[in-house]
Design a protein around this ligand. Sequence first.
Ligand code: PDD
Length: 295
Amino acid sequence: TVVNLDGKLVPPAKATISVFDRGFLYGDSVYEVVRTYRRRPFELDAHLARLARSAGRLGLEPAWDAPRTRRELLATLAAVPPEADPDPEAAPWNQGQLSLRVIMTRGAGELGLDPALAVEPRALVIASPLRAPPLAAYRAGVGCRIVGVRHEAPGAVDPGAKTGAHLANVLAVREARASGAHEALLLGAGGQVTEGASSNVFAVRAGALVTPPLGAGILAGVTRALVLELAREAGLPAREAPLLPADLAGAEELFLTSTAREILPVTSLDGRPAGGGRVGPVTTRLGALFRARAD
Ligand code: PDD
């Protein structure tokens, strides 16, 4: 792991932030997670654009602009030595790959919620080994649990912004993992499943791809957008429409998308077989198209 703190490479153990930093105190920060293929960042432009959008929604003036962020990210990546012992359980294309987390916080200041108290924004990059699901998970699929989240909770923020205020998602994953599920699927206020705690969700219904629209209160996933593009190019019918728990339970196929997971089949839901209980043909086809694009 290599850390770039405010433009300087520092040993991870020395990479520290003030206890008065608002990212720590209030989740007053935005972030992105970029991954590599063959040690090159994937979809970097889309991630940088989303980072700027997230910051804009919070009125957070980032310490680095997009060109500087790109330079710092590439410099951090270049400083990571090749992995000595790649994880044998990882899919071959994920072995030795990196996750690059870029964090922009509003910075430290006197205690108090008012963002004007922040003195100087900070920026950092953490380059660490990619933690992707094992190859077996892509072959067998994973389980998900539908979890109600407290949208009315103070601190619930614009789901379209990728902020450090992730507590609702943390608690949803806690609940999912307690039941042995890989991921939590979040139930929105209208009784619709919106997205995963750190992923987007797709179903195949009557042969067509369905995923909740951005207006449902979800993060505009970079992987989600790419999957929709690949479906369009392949002439696969796809639409953005609400998904109810029953729609998921009755779907022919289910999968999650995210930077680290790519396209990850879901074969059980709330402890029952779902998505046909196996990795379906549409998921397999999209997975192949995705691999061809990424690697
Ligand atoms: N999470 N929805 C939420 C709430 C997320 O946090 C993420 C990503 C996604 C998928 O977006 P993308 O395809 O751009 O990775 C959807 C990142 C990876 C994380 O928190 O680690």
